[in-house]
Structure formats: C-alpha cells, structure tokens
Design a protein around this ligand. Structure first.
Ligand SMILES: Cc1cc2nc3c(=O)[nH]c(=O)nc-3n(C[C@H](O)[C@H](O)[C@H](O)COP(=O)(O)OP(=O)(O)OC[C@H]3O[C@@H](n4cnc5c(N)ncnc54)[C@H](O)[C@@H]3O)c2cc1C
Length: 299
C-alpha cells in the first residue's frame, strides 16, 4: 500500500488511511477500510483507477455509508468517495444532482425551486449516487419514479457516458447490473411544479421520526418479502424486538432495524441479523433477503 499511497500523492488525489466503521458506516461500528480516496474530477478517477488496477487493490464507490456494514476484519481496499461530485442545478421541473450530493441538500434545493419529486424520500441519510444505485424508496415513492438519466464513469474503460432511464434496470431496491463497476457522477431527476414541497417533505420526515429509531443503524436490514409487508413485522411477531448482542439491538422501536446502542461491532450486528433471519424462516417460512451490503473480512 505504501507505494500506492505515494502514487496517489503524486496524482494529487486526496485520501485518508485506516478509517473505521465508526467513521464510515451509518451503523457507527465495524472494521477499518485501508484507504478512502476523494477524487474531484474525471481525470482524478482515471488516475485512481489506473493505480488501483496496477496494484490489484479492490475498490468500490462510496456515498454516505448508510447501507454498508464493514465486517470487523476490515476491507483491504479503496472506498472511492463521491463527495467531490456535488454539483446541483435546478431548471424548470428538473434537478441535476451530483452523485455525492446528500439527499438533505437535494431536498432543500427542490423545495427552494418548487420542484416536487423527493418529498417522500426526505430523511433518508444518503447520497444521490447511493440512492440511484440502490433505487432507494419510501412511502410508495422510489428513485425509479423520478430518475430520468444518470451520468456515469466506467471504471473499466475510464470513459464517461449517459444512461437514460429506459436503460436502467430498476427493481425493488436495486438497479440490477446497470451500475456495476461504474461511479454515478450525476443523476437527473424530473418532477412537477408545486408550492407545497417543503410542507409535504416535513410531513414525511415527521412520519419517519415517529416510526424509526434514533440510534445509529443501516435502515431496514432485510428487503420486504411482499408489497407493503416489511420483515420487521414478522420480527416483531416473533418477539425479537429489543433482543441484544453486545452493543447491538434489534430495535425495540422498529423490528426491521438493528441499531447500535453503543460499542456495537459488525459481529454483534451479524449475529442479530442471523438470529432474526433464522427465526423468521422457522416460524413463517420467509427466507428474508439482505437489504444492507456487507463487505470486508471477518474479525
Ligand atoms: C436511518 C436510515 C434510514 C434509511 N431509510 C431508507 C429508506 O427509507 N429507503 C431506502 O431505500 N433506504 C433507506 N436506508 C438505506 C440507505 O440510506 C440507502 O440504501 C441509500 O441509498 C444508501 O446511500 P449511500 O449514499 O449512503 O450509499 P452507501 O451506503 O455509501 O453505498 C451503498 C451502495 O451504493 C454504491 N454507491 C454509492 N455511491 C455511489 C455512486 N456515486 N455511484 C455508484 N455506486 C454508488 C456503493 O458502492 C454501495 O454498493 C436508510 C438508512 C438509514 C441509516
């Protein structure tokens, strides 16, 4: 890694070493990531990719870490932060948003410009790139409903291209393979004109606060098994709410979340996830599928 660090310094790509899950993951626990790079241009991305390929170091795009659990043994690779790509433009009923723009900022811009599109999603602690990749959704609205185009950097070819909505393979909390080995630099969102954006956003934010825990988490652990029914419902019925392992807890407020009550490790999280999965399978025959992403080595 030392040679690689030197190459990044030569290429003037800002980076940090050995950041932990406490700093990177919204769960506020988990192992270390060897390197987080902060490219701010396509040419920096090209240089970074070339160096990572030369040293055979794995790398992946990184937004705000609200869906990523880093196993306690850490990740010997590079998180490519999108934070350097945070341009915002509002035109008519369209918002052009950099991949590293936080939803909070995007929602403010939408409200300032009277563009109705993101209200239901308000409060998801995520970046636009991460949300586009995972087709984030809430209260019946998902990114697939409002995205009209994405601009991507292709890690394999080093080229930038635009992908129209029709070519994005959106499904429930997924965009299929559309963005594999790609970094979303920009997403265009199309909404409609409204003067009630702020009010409606506040309503959904309020709903979110009422139902979701305030402790650090990664949001829903599992994908819904059927429309409208979250796995949290079955976890609740199985009596698992409030179950703890180390510093982690199956939220006493919302069974679909595993929260960090303080000092929770990735191992604690994974133990509770396995327990919830196995009990729900035994009692209800539902083979719950992960919504969160898990990377790195066991501790
Ligand atoms: C409290 C809480 C509430 C949540 N509520 C919801 C909810 O209501 N609905 C919902 O759908 N999700 C929810 N989530 C989950 C999470 O916010 C979403 O999955 C979100 O889309 C992840 O965005 P991120 O920027 O944090 O991405 P990260 O967690 O950093 O990354 C997630 C994935 O996206 C990829 N990625 C990130 N940025 C880019 C990019 N620029 N280009 C290409 N790939 C990229 C990463 O490689 C990774 O595969 C919640 C999470 C928390 C902590």
């Amino acid at each position: 890694m030392v040679d690689l660090f030197e190459r990044l310094i030569e290429a003037r790509i800002p980076f940090k070493e050995n950041l932990s899950g406490k700093e990177l993951s919204a769960y506020r626990g988990g192992g270390k990531v060897a390197l987080v790079a902060y490219p701010e241009s396509v040419s920096a991305l090209q240089k970074l990719t070339a160096v990572a390929e030369e040293y055979s170091v794995p790398y992946l795009p990184f937004g705000l870490g609200s869906n990523i659990l880093i196993r306690d043994g850490g990740f010997d690779g590079i998180f490519v932060s999108s934070i350097g790509f945070r341009n915002i433009r509002a035109e008519g009923n369209r918002l052009t948003l950099g991949g590293g723009v936080a939803l909070k900022r995007a929602a403010e811009c939408a409200a300032e410009n009277g563009i109705s599109a993101l209200e239901e999603l308000t409060g998801i602690p995520a970046s636009i790139g991460g949300m586009t990749k995972s087709n984030a959704g809430a209260f019946g609205k998902e990114m697939a409903d409002i995205v009209s185009e994405a601009t991507v950097f292709d890690f394999k070819t080093g080229k930038v291209s635009k992908i129209p909505r029709a070519d994005i393979d959106f499904g429930y909390r997924t965009s299929g393979e559309t963005f594999d080995k790609k970094m979303i630099l920009e997403t265009v969102i199309t909404g409609c004109r409204s003067d009630k954006v702020k009010k409606v956003s506040e309503h959904y934010l309020d709903q979110r606060k009422k139902t979701q825990p305030s402790f650090p988490s990664l949001g829903s652990v599992f994908k819904r098994s059927a429309p409208g029914v979250g796995i949290g419902y079955y976890i609740d019925r199985a009596g698992l709410k409030g179950t703890r392992r180390g510093g982690a807890e199956i939220s006493a407020k919302h069974g679909g979340f595993i929260v960090n009550r303080g000092g929770g490790t990735a191992g604690d999280y994974l133990e509770l996830k396995r327990l919830a999965h196995d009990v729900v399978f035994r009692k209800f025959g539902i083979d719950a599928e992960d919504e969160i992403e898990i990377i790195g080595k066991d501790g």
